[in-house]
Design a binder for this molecule. Structure first.
Ligand SMILES: [Zn+2]
Length: 594
C-alpha cells in the first residue's frame, strides 16, 4: 500500500469541482446554524488547499443511522435559518452525481455522510459508478476507492478523537462568536443581559433562550465618559481613575468576579480593561485572550470579530482604535496588565476535579511551607463547620506529583491502553456490590416514604373530624408539619439513591463506549497542563482521596457525543472503571498513595 500523504499533495488535477455534503444529527443538541457553517468552512479550507473549489451544497439535518431510502426528507430542516444555499440532501446528491456538475464529494468526516456502514458503502459505490470521488477531509485523498477498509479503520481512529474533541468545540465557539452570539460569562460592564428565544427550534422547545447584550442604563454612560475623557480630553488613566473614584454613585465601579479583589473602587486595571475591550464597538470578539494560564491578551490579528454588530455599540470603532493607539504612546500599563503572568506559578492539574473523601468538598492546591512541595489539601479551618464531619482530620494532604502519576496510570491502563476492556470488566465486577446496595436503598426509602404518606393521610382524616380550634387539632397540625418535613427529606434521599442506581452502567454499553476511544500511547509528559485538564474535563473526570486508606478513587463518565463527533443515541452513561478501589476488593486496581 502506498504511504498515506496529507491531502493536497495527491490531487493531480487542480480546479477540481467539489460538492459539499454536511449533516447534523437531529438527536443531539447541536445547533445546525452553527455546525453546518463550520463543516462547510473546514471543507472549503481543505478544498482550497488542493486548488479545487466547491460548486454545490448538499446537507441534511437528520439522524445518520437511518437507511438510505429514509434519508433526505428535509423534515429536519424546518425552522432553521441555515446560511448556506442548499442543492438538496443525500439522495439528491447521489442523483446529481450523474449530471457531471462535480468531480468529487467532500465532507468533514465520513460519518457526516452516514453512521450506518451499509449506507456509507452504497453511497461510495454509487458515486464511484458515476466517476465521482468521495473525500472526507480527515482522511488522505486516495486516488482509488480500493481501500474502503482503510477508511473504516480510519473512522474513530486516534488522530481523530482528542484532536477533534478539542478543535470542534473550539470551532463551535468561534462560529458562535462570528455569528454574534454571546459566548458565555457575565455581562460586560456597561451592558446587561437581555434574553431572546433560542434560534435552534429544538432548544427553543425546551425553553432555552440565548443571552444578548443591551446597554445598561446605569453604566453605559460611564463607559462613554471614559472613552471621551481619554481620547478627546487626553486624561491619563490615573486622572481618570481619580475622577471616577470621586463620585462612585455616578460612576459605579465594575465588580470583580473574585470577592477578594472586590474593593468597591476603580482600579487602574479596570479603567485599562474598558479602554481596551473591543466589544464596546458593538461587535462580538472572541479569542482576545489566551485560554491558557495567565490569560495574556492575544495580538489583535488573532482576534475573531463578528461579521455583523452583535449588540448596540457604546463607542465607535474609530474611538476604540484611537484609544488603543493612544495607549501605546502614553501608557506603560501594558506591563501592569501582564503582571498576572506569575500569579499562579504552579499548575494544579487536578484542581476542581479532586475531592476530599471525608467531607466531599473540593481539595485545593498548596505549597507546603518548609518542604517546597506541591500538595492538594483539605483544611478544616477553611471550611464551614457545618459541612465537615466530626472525625475530619485538621489537614488532609495529598502530594500533587503522586496524584498526577496515578491519574496518568489510570488513563493509560483504563482508557487508552490495550487492556482497558479487561480493566473495565474488573472494575464493573468490583462495583457490583455497590449496585446492589443502591437497589436496596431505593427499595427501603420507597417503603418508608409510602408509610409516611399513609400516616399523613390518616392524620388529615382525623383533623377533618375535629373542631378547628381544639387542642387535639393543634397537636395533629404540629405532627403533620413534622411528617411533612420528614417526607420532603426522604423524598430527596430517594431521588439521590435513584440517581446513584442509574449511574451504574450496563456492561455492554460501557464496553462499547470505552472501545470507541482510540488506543493511544501518549507521553503525557509532553501534554501541556491545560490540554491535560481539557482531556480530564472531556472525560468528566472525578477523583476522591481517602486519607485514612490513602486511596484515590477515580471515575470518568463517557458521553456518546464525545466518542462519536455527531453524537450517538445512547443515553448518557457513567463508566466508573473504579480505578483505585478499596483494598478489600483486592483486584489489583487499588492504589496506595505513599
Ligand atoms: Zn475534607
Amino acid at each position: 500500500m502506498k504511504a498515506q500523504t496529507t491531502y493536497g499533495e495527491k490531487v493531480a488535477d487542480a480546479r477540481m469541482r467539489f460538492a459539499f455534503y454536511g449533516r447534523v444529527s437531529t438527536e443531539d443538541n447541536q445547533d445546525p446554524t452553527l455546525s453546518l457553517p463550520r463543516q462547510l468552512a473546514n471543507c472549503e479550507r481543505a478544498v482550497a488547499e488542493t486548488g479545487g473549489r466547491i460548486v454545490a451544497h448538499f446537507y441534511d439535518v437528520e439522524s445518520g443511522a437511518m437507511r438510505l431510502d429514509a434519508r433526505g426528507s428535509g423534515k429536519g430542516l424546518v425552522g432553521f435559518d441555515i446560511p448556506i444555499p442548499r442543492d438538496g440532501g443525500l439522495v439528491d446528491l447521489i442523483e446529481e452525481a450523474s449530471s457531471g456538475q462535480f468531480d468529487a464529494v467532500v465532507c468533514e468526516s465520513i460519518n457526516r455522510l452516514s453512521r450506518n456502514p451499509s449506507v456509507t458503502f452504497r453511497v461510495e459505490e454509487q458515486l464511484a459508478d458515476e466517476g465521482v470521488r468521495l473525500w472526507a477531509i480527515d482522511e488522505p485523498f486516495e486516488e482509488s476507492f480500493g481501500s474502503i477498509v482503510l477508511r473504516h479503520v480510519n473512522v474513530g481512529l486516534a488522530r481523530g478523537y482528542l484532536h477533534e474533541l478539542k478543535v470542534k468545540s473550539r470551532q463551535g465557539i468561534e462560529t458562535a462568536a462570528k455569528q454574534g452570539r454571546h459566548a458565555g460569562g457575565k455581562p460586560l460592564y456597561g451592558y446587561r443581559f437581555a434574553e431572546q428565544e433560542h434560534p435552534n427550534p429544538h432548544k427553543a422547545q425546551q425553553g432555552l433562550r440565548i443571552k444578548v447584550l443591551e446597554p445598561d442604563p446605569m453604566t453605559a454612560s460611564v463607559v462613554k465618559t471614559i472613552f471621551h475623557d481619554y481620547v478627546i480630553r487626553g486624561l491619563t488613566i490615573t486622572e481618570l481613575q481619580r475622577k471616577l473614584n470621586s463620585d462612585l454613585e455616578r460612576y459605579p465601579p465594575p465588580q470583580s468576579p473574585d470577592p477578594k479583589r472586590r474593593t468597591g473602587m476603580w482600579g487602574r486595571s479596570s479603567v485599562w480593561e474598558i479602554l481596551h475591550n473591543p466589544k464596546y464597538t458593538g461587535y462580538q470578539v472572541w479569542n482576545r485572550r489566551q485560554r491558557r494560564r495567565g490569560g495574556k491578551i492575544n495580538p489583535p490579528e488573532k482576534w475573531i470579530w463578528s461579521e455583523e454588530p452583535a449588540h448596540e455599540p457604546l463607542v465607535s470603532r474609530e474611538m476604540f482604535d484611537r484609544a488603543n493607539a493612544a495607549a501605546i504612546k502614553r501608557d506603560n500599563v501594558t506591563k501592569a496588565a501582564e503582571g498576572h503572568e506569575d500569579y499562579r506559578k504552579h499548575i494544579y492539574v487536578l484542581r476542581s476535579f479532586l475531592r476530599c473523601g471525608i467531607c466531599g468538598l473540593r481539595m485545593h492546591g498548596k505549597i507546603r511551607r518548609g518542604r517546597n512541595t506541591a500538595y492538594y489539601t483539605c483544611e478544616i479551618n477553611r471550611r464551614h463547620s457545618g459541612l465537615v464531619p466530626e472525625d475530619h482530620p485538621r489537614m488532609v494532604y495529598l502530594r500533587e506529583d503522586k496524584a498526577g502519576e496515578k491519574v496518568v496510570e489510570f488513563l493509560a491502563t483504563h482508557l487508552f491502553g490495550p487492556d482497558r476492556i479487561e480493566a473495565l470488566k474488573r472494575s464493573l465486577a468490583e462495583i457490583g456490590p455497590e449496585a446492589d446496595n443502591a437497589h436496596d436503598e431505593v427499595d427501603r426509602l420507597g417503603t418508608e416514604l409510602d408509610g409516611i404518606k399513609k400516616r399523613i393521610r390518616r392524620l388529615v382524616t382525623n383533623l377533618e373530624a375535629q373542631e378547628p380550634d381544639n387542642e387535639i387539632a393543634d397537636d395533629i397540625r404540629a405532627r403533620l408539619e413534622e411528617l411533612g418535613t420528614l417526607r420532603a427529606k426522604k423524598q430527596r434521599a430517594l431521588e439521590t439513591a435513584e440517581k446513584e442506581m442509574e449511574q451504574v452502567p450496563d456492561p455492554e454499553s460501557a464496553e462499547a463506549l470505552v472501545a470507541a476511544l482510540p488506543l493511544l500511547d501518549v507521553d503525557w509528559e509532553l501534554v501541556s497542563d491545560q490540554d491535560f485538564r481539557d482531556v480530564l474535563a472531556a472525560l468528566n473526570f472525578e477523583a476522591r482521596y481517602n486519607p485514612t486508606k490513602r486511596e484515590l478513587t477515580i471515575r470518568v463518565t463517557l458521553v456518546p457525543e464525545l466518542t462519536h463527533p455527531d453524537g450517538g443515541r445512547a443515553p448518557l452513561l457513567s463508566v466508573p472503571p473504579a480505578g483505585f478501589e478499596p483494598a478489600t476488593h483486592g483486584l489489583g486496581n487499588r492504589c496506595s498513595i505513599p
